[in-house]
Design a protein around this ligand. Structure first.
Ligand code: FAD
Length: 276
């Protein structure tokens, strides 16, 4: 069954990384993604790298989404960046609050992603398709699951077209989130974010930081594999393919892969699902 897919990259830090990503992109383009997105460092720390990578994707003839975080930003700086992105031909944004590294003051003229979405709509009308982040397992700083859901609804009502979720390995969390959003009258498509499992320590580190839960049975198995990378990858492919299959069978609108600038795991999952 055909299902739209999109791929997420981060801006490479070295010329070697940029070349490697160029090759990875070509391998993934064979799957005909709806778009590819590029992350953006908090406080604008990777802005040039993000814009360069977005520009490269557009030049390769693929639709590109620029992530755009507003924490610490001013209205003037956001206005300027929106003009740059528009001039580049960017039509999609992933509008985020972002996180500042500890030690930075909050500052800036935007408090939440909903402020950014409203500002983008007020400044640029319908020039951009705006995606926002959704958290089926609740954002780590949320006061409560209910307030986080309300915050999500506020972002959509401010003008977001669709959402991409934080990754999860428990599909019930996603289904429950979508049901609850519907009850609030929020019908924007919520696309599951899929994180292939290729390394145990990297996944544990990320998940602790972003509030994604690794179910106990997955965590214990990964720990038991220790340094046996081949077994971790084989297990990860089984788990994530099964997750994607459940989501597809439930009729999700698309799948968004957190590629971590790698193609092998994503391609293998798609092959097993007979996608692409
Ligand atoms: P918001 O939607 O503003 O929510 C942040 C917190 O504030 C939540 O706890 C929410 O419940 C609360 N909140 C929101 N509105 C209100 C309100 N009115 N009153 C009270 N509380 C409120 N980070 C990056 O730095 N760069 C990236 O490129 C990037 N890409 C991402 C892509 C996706 C798909 C996802 C899921 C996350 C991404 N992140 C990225 C991480 C993201 O920046 C962090 O999770 C950040 O902490 C929250 O950003 P947000 O846009 O979800 O914030």
């Amino acid at each position: 069954m055909a299902l739209p897919v999109s791929f997420e990259f981060f801006p490479p830090k070295t010329p070697e990384g940029a070349e490697k990503l160029r090759v990875v992109r070509q391998q993934l383009y064979a799957q005909k993604p709806e778009f590819c997105s590029v992350t953006y460092g908090a406080g604008g720390s990777t802005q040039q790298g993000t814009f360069d990578t977005v520009g490269a994707i557009l030049a390769e003839g693929v639709d590109a989404a620029s992530h755009f975080s507003c924490i610490g930003a001013t209205k003037a700086s956001v206005r300027e960046q929106l003009a740059t992105l528009k001039a580049m031909g960017v039509k999609r944004l992933v509008a985020l609050r972002g996180d500042l590294p500890s030690g930075y003051g909050i500052g800036g003229e935007f408090h939440y992603a909903s402020d950014l979405v409203a500002f983008i709509r007020a400044e640029t009308g319908r020039d951009f398709h705006i995606e926002v982040a959704a958290y089926p397992e609740v954002h780590p700083q949320a006061k409560s699951p209910e307030s986080d859901l309300q915050a999500f609804a506020t972002k959509v009502r401010a003008g977001a077209d669709s959402a991409i979720t934080q990754y999860f390995y428990n599909s019930d969390a996603y289904f429950h989130f979508v049901d609850e959003a519907h009850k609030l009258g929020v019908d924007a498509p919520v696309v599951p974010g899929i994180m292939p499992i290729t390394s145990s320590t990297q996944l544990m580190r990320f998940s602790d930081a972003c509030g994604a839960e690794i179910p106990r049975w997955i965590r214990l198995r990964l720990q038991a594999y220790g340094d046996d990378i081949a077994s971790i990858k084989a297990f990860g492919l089984d788990v994530v393919t099964d997750l994607c299959d459940q989501l597809r069978n439930a009729g999700v609108p698309a799948l968004h892969f957190y590629t971590m600038n790698q193609s092998v795991a994503t391609l293998e999952i798609m092959k097993r699902l007979e996608l692409g």
